[in-house]
Design a protein. Structure first.
Length: 404
């Protein structure tokens, strides 16, 4: 009877996790729909705590451990931050994010359910894409093409760049599923259609980071499929398919009037790196980096205090590395990023037969690169999946609490 009850509660746990992650991905960014995300979160917390209680188990891995240590340091920095007026609201986001990450980690450790996390992110991305189609309609392309302005869609769904990244990650996850998991022909057709729409909408958001996500994902995830020594003919077929996919995406971005906004933004970014100009966005973010380093050097070990970037720039720094340094200095920077070094070694030690190992490598590398252009350390969407990767690849539990 006990086993039946446990199986039942595991299923309820899985359903509540799916409910929360899909609602968080699809609806948390929109004030009109964020209540759905909040309600699903409360359900997930209650079900998770009950499952942990009846099993009398709770795990804290190195990732959660160092997040808690960093959170304590961040709280201490309240006493010297110039941004006390926004401290409580922003610190609350980091606090709740850390709690949710700890619960998600326990779900993966106890149920071995990283696959569930991946599937929930796919399902949430599909719901977000469907919601975007509902809001903008299938004629959004014609609206963009006929406009005299460089339009970016997605503001009605949340932060435009975040929406673009969510849809780009949906594209990558489906691409990974098609490469490494058997799928029926109907499933493949649905996946291909979803990839087309997710790519199109992610590009319409004008997010440059979305492009990095997509092309980096294609390169890294397809690399093991091209091994001419082991499987010559199949590798040639895979190489042609992947090269053709990359060419089609590249051609679409730079030749379709539909994507002229993202094309223009990429051109401006390339101009910036070639010292031949750049948009106001690139120039401003470069100034944030310069000023952030100057301010950090005034208190290199402890930093200038939590969320001090708002006092210096009037907003966040758009750079996770600068944000962490400003918050808590070199000491806090080390505490926050030490987990990334552990994860690198853990992924390296993983057996190649683990189908999710390569996905973990891609995600870690993507987060490291994208950290130069976004602040994500208290963003649930990015941090939850990173916590899932850690739990999937590691057995290094720092604290293991077991009841009798």
């Amino acid at each position: 009877m006990e086993n039946i009850n446990n199986n039942l509660f595991i299923k309820l746990w899985r359903y509540s996790m799916y409910l929360y992650l899909t609602m968080m991905i699809a609806f948390s960014g929109n004030p009109n729909t964020s209540l759905l995300s909040s309600i699903s979160l409360y359900i997930f917390i209650i079900v998770t705590l009950y499952n942990l209680f009846i099993r009398k188990k709770f795990f804290i891995d190195y990732f959660v451990f160092f997040l808690v240590v960093y959170m304590a340091f961040l709280a201490f920095s309240f006493f010297y931050t110039p941004s006390t007026e926004i401290f409580l609201s922003t610190f609350y986001q980091f606090f709740t994010s850390t709690v949710i990450i700890a619960l998600i980690s326990n779900y993966v450790y106890i149920t071995k359910g990283f696959k569930d996390i991946v599937n929930a992110y796919i399902l949430g991305g599909i719901i977000l894409l469907s919601y975007a189609l509902y809001l903008y309609g299938f004629d959004i392309g014609q609206t963009v093409e006929n406009s005299n302005y460089l339009l970016r869609i997605g503001a009605e769904l949340g932060n435009t760049n975040t929406v673009g990244l969510k849809l780009a990650f949906l594209f990558v996850l489906i691409f990974y599923k098609l490469l490494y998991f058997k799928t029926k022909i109907t499933g493949k057709i649905i996946f291909f259609i979803t990839m087309i729409f997710s790519f199109g909408f992610s590009m319409l958001t004008g997010s440059k980071k979305a492009i990095i996500f997509i092309f980096l994902g294609i390169f890294i995830l397809s690399f093991p499929k091209i091994n001419f020594r082991r499987n010559g003919l199949k590798s040639v077929i895979n190489f042609v398919f992947i090269a053709l996919l990359i060419y089609i995406l590249y051609y679409s971005i730079f030749n379709f009037e539909l994507f002229r906004t993202i094309s223009y933004r990429i051109t401006q970014l390339l101009n910036f790196f070639s010292n031949s100009g750049g948009s106001e966005s690139e120039l401003l973010r470069a100034e944030y980096i310069k000023q952030g380093i100057i301010e950090t050097l005034k208190s290199p070990f402890l930093g200038r205090g939590a969320f001090s970037s708002y006092s210096f720039f009037g907003t966040y720094s758009h750079n996770n590395y600068i944000e962490i340094l400003l918050n808590t200095g070199v000491i806090g920077f080390f505490i926050f990023y030490i987990s990334y070094f552990f994860l690198t070694f853990e992924l390296k030690k993983q057996d190649s037969s683990n189908k999710f190992r390569l996905l973990g490598i891609f995600y870690l590398l993507s987060i490291v690169i994208l950290g130069f252009s976004m602040v994500y350390y208290y963003d649930r969407y990015f941090m939850i999946f990173l916590a899932g990767v850690v739990a999937m690849s590691s057995n290094n539990i720092v604290i293991r609490i077991k009841g009798r």
